[in-house]
Design a protein around this ligand. Structure first.
Ligand code: LLP
Length: 386
């Protein structure tokens, strides 16, 4: 579980993110151990989950590749030590500048999301006299059992090329002299805890391979995206996600052809549990029907509760009081949705108490905004506080 050195927090301006790098390393060791059981598995880290440079450096040192969704993420990954040969770049609308960043740095592959994009990549690659590797992102129309805002693999979502267009798109790549078609890419959604969703994806990929094979189309790489969820309710007991079961969902269900490689793009499961948002209690305000615990972190620092109704476990770090009290835990932003938890039972809290919002290492700091002219929260790692 994450270890929070509360004694070192008292002199730091709140709110801030704290990252337990020891837990991060243990998580990475678990990933490397489980993935290495499968020699044809390649794990990339989805930079969008947490792009803090110190975190990226640690992750790249474990040999993972990087999954990027913008030109700036490609640059951040390169700066933090990810080799270009292990960078994959997806994104539903890449600008010419962003595509050129990928081409000029010779990244491993573009995960291309439309025929329109394919044509632009061809043009830009020709302009540089280069041949670039491309995988086609296919929308597999597989339902992931997760929040509607974070499913991506349904026909109604904007992502990827529809299955009905797949053969046409592959045929086009074969006529493009500056494009090397290397495989198919998928991603069905995020925070998926039911591994049968991954089994369903594997089965869909099997069908697609069977459809393509008689036409002489070979797939070198299969990229199954990310999506493995974490336990927000009980982060202490389940600090390291079930990577073994996750990889098994593919090794038991995905039929690989000789020398085929499988790529993964894990984000939340790598960094989610190693981070906490640390805030200070400003007031305990007595309302007519409830008490509010108002803290100095708001939806500008962690937007997940407001945007997805996500519930993160919350702890009072300053009090070990046996007496519990029920609060609505809210931030200072002028928005009614600036609420972290309603009717939440926590140790009796007073002004000045430090509060930890748990499991905030993924999609926390990266999604912060400056609404209300607020400062962006800083991120500190274990090493920063020594
Ligand atoms: N690959 C692609 C193409 C993706 O779009 C994503 C996430 C990932 C990999 C990594 O997925 P993960 O392993 O982290 O589930 N802000 C939301 C999550 C958005 C996920 C976007 N795509 C949240 O806070 O829940």
């Amino acid at each position: 579980m994450i270890s929070l050195p509360t004694e070192k927090f008292s002199n730091i301006d709140t709110p801030f993110y704290y990252y337990d790098t020891e837990l991060l390393r243990r998580t990475l060791e678990a990933i490397v151990k489980e993935a290495s059981q499968h020699p044809d598995y390649n794990v990339h880290y989805a930079v969008k989950a947490n792009a803090n440079p110190k975190i990226l450096e640690i992750i790249s040192s474990y040999g993972l590749g990087a999954d990027c969704v913008s030109g700036n993420e490609v640059l951040a990954a390169l700066e933090s030590g990810f080799p270009a040969s292990k960078i994959v770049y997806a994104g539903v609308a890449k600008t010419d500048r962003e595509i050129l960043i990928g081409i000029d740095h010779d990244i491993y592959c573009f995960n291309c999301e439309s025929i329109e994009e394919l044509q632009i990549i061809q043009e830009l690659a020709a302009g540089r006299s280069k041949k670039v590797r491309v995988a086609l992102r296919i929308n597999p129309d597989v339902k992931a059992h997760t929040h509607a805002n974070i499913t991506t693999g349904l026909a109604e979502n904007k992502f990827g090329i529809p299955m009905s267009e797949m053969e046409n798109a592959i045929a086009l790549t074969q006529q493009m002299p500056n494009i090397e078609f290397i495989g198919l890419h998928f991603h069905i959604g995020s925070q998926i805890l039911d591994v049968t969703d991954f089994k369903a994806l594997a089965e869909r990929i099997n069908q697609l391979q069977e459809q393509l094979e008689p036409k002489g189309i070979t797939i070198k790489d299969i990229n199954v995206g990310g999506g493995l969820g974490i336990d927000y309710t009980n982060p202490e007991a389940n600090a390291i996600p079930g990577f073994k079961e996750y990889f098994a969902a593919f090794s038991e269900n995905l039929n690989l052809r000789e020398s085929q490689q499988v790529h993964f793009e894990l984000g939340r499961s790598v960094v989610g549990q190693m981070g906490a948002l640390i805030a200070r209690t400003i007031f305990i305000k007595k309302g007519t029907s409830k008490d509010f615990c108002i803290i100095d972190a708001g939806m500008t620092d962690l937007i997940r509760p407001a945007l997805y109704g996500a519930l993160h476990k919350i702890k009072n770090l300053s009090s070990s009081a046996e007496t519990k009290h029920t609060y609505d835990i809210v931030g200072p932003i002028c928005e009614s949705s600036d609420v972290f938890a309603k009717s939440y039972e926590m140790a009796e809290t007073k002004r000045g108490d430090l509060i930890a919002i748990m499991s905030a290492g993924a999609y926390g700091e990266v999604m912060a905004s400056q609404y209300n002219c607020r400062n962006l929260p800083k991120g500190y790692t274990t090493e920063d506080l020594i």
